[in-house]
Ligand binder design. Sequence first.
Ligand SMILES: Cc1cc2nc3c(=O)[nH]c(=O)nc-3n(C[C@H](O)[C@H](O)[C@H](O)COP(=O)(O)OP(=O)(O)OC[C@H]3O[C@@H](n4cnc5c(N)ncnc54)[C@H](O)[C@@H]3O)c2cc1C
Length: 512
Amino acid sequence: MALNSVRDVDVLIAGAGPTGLALAVDLARRGISARLVEQADRLFPGSRGKGLQPRTLEVLDDLGVIDAVLAFGGPYPLMMSWQDDRRLGEWDLLERFAPTPRAPYGEVWMLTQWRTQEILHERLRELGGVVEFGITLTGITQDGDGVDAALSFPDGTAGTVRARYLVAADGGRSAGRRALGVGMTGETIDPHPILIADLLLGGIDRDHWHVWPKAEGGTVMLCPLAGTDHFQLLAQYTDTGPDGSVEGVRALVGARTPIGGEQVREVLWSSVFHPSAAMADRFRVGRVFLAGDAAHIHSPAGGQGLNTSVQDAYNLGWKLGQVLRHGADAGLLDSYEEERLPIAADVLGISTRLHGATRDGDDTAARQRGTDTHGLELHYRGGPLTRELRADALPDGTLPDAAPRAGDRAPDAPLAGGGRLFDLFRGPHFTLLALGTAHVPPGIPADLVHAHRIDDTPEHGASGAHAAYGDGLFLVRPDGYIGLATRDPADVPAYVARFTDRPCGELGHDRP
Ligand SMILES: Cc1cc2nc3c(=O)[nH]c(=O)nc-3n(C[C@H](O)[C@H](O)[C@H](O)COP(=O)(O)OP(=O)(O)OC[C@H]3O[C@@H](n4cnc5c(N)ncnc54)[C@H](O)[C@@H]3O)c2cc1C
């Protein structure tokens, strides 16, 4: 097929960054016809977003790429603070957590952004998808039935693709967002530009993330990148302008660190950025969605940008799947902005706080990378798809504090006979768990919902599923959040009906 063929499609995705690739993988495994266009002629080559948070690792596990992510990445090393040529001592940027039966990934995992993208790209190809390189989204018009996306092609020609939905995953300067006229509210959170570069560098150990916080001219950091023999350089410039050439980086390393400039063998990639924090005023206009950096821009501090972006894609993918594949009412798509915008705002607060603390030299707060950055506690309680119907849980009508509620991330747990709950969740379906005294109601459609009665073995005790969830029926959404928690089997088909065009009666019990 010629690249500039004008072919109608269900979903057009603009931008093959982490967001666009994750969404394309999710749609491909759902059998949705999608095109992914990317203005560059290859995938992004830099290490940039190198920290994958535990929640994102769970998402990547579900998308079928966790083995590669674990094989090519590694844990974060300890930090080493320096003053000139003196090592001041090592410290840990992270509060470390071991995996638990509820959360198999305990801490942030280092994987260069280019490798994350390569892995997702490979998965997309495995599923029969492609990235169409060299194609730029230049304009958008839409009507009640679809979107006309104006594209420019590598041979200089222009064309229009008609799609039922368009997802602008085209980064912080999003052409999609501008075409929609959606405003971005935010601020530059640091007056000084920062140079980021990937280097081949000798003369220093790879066991630490080295930092010269008080170097003349601005802080310098050198992080050995897991799974490669590269270092990521981050250098702030308080007086001069950044220079990402080999000579510029050699001069910087020579002047601000005890490593001789000649130790810089190669600059593989470099870029300059002004840390900023900003949010789009809306994440959706009609049939067009903004996702990832197109919708929110974070400071690198706290490693949240890529993570939030992939989770946007994961929230949107299954909803598009239900509408396009299972005939769900298109109103379901309203929940994308309703769920993701508040999360993005909260996460932006975290990354901006961490950036400010680092910038202002507040050691205590700046060093704090605790569970609030892991993404495991993000939830959609109170969201439009959340039904918590177990009002009888305790005598006072509340639920135990530690028990997950509808809207929370569905925790993992080991299963009797081997395996774990996450094995049951993996894939594009909903999962119904019947625990304790609850039983799976009849007639649940197996193509939509995988239903399981879970009996813990005694040895699992406090780590088992029953201990984790409590008694009842739990309907876990395809993106791993508890949508419905109830004790009444009749609530299940009524809830599931929202995600398909099949009448409630065909889904099991009729509601009285
Ligand atoms: C220095 C730095 C360090 C960072 N560290 C971290 C970290 O540790 N952890 C973390 O989570 N995040 C981090 N981030 C943020 C992370 O890199 C971004 O949040 C992430 O890349 C967003 O992914 P995206 O797919 O939304 O956008 P992008 O990665 O920007 O991808 C957008 C894609 O769209 C393409 N495109 C643009 N315009 C068009 C168009 N008109 N038509 C077609 N294609 C188009 C672009 O070429 C690009 O490939 C860091 C960012 C920086 C700058």
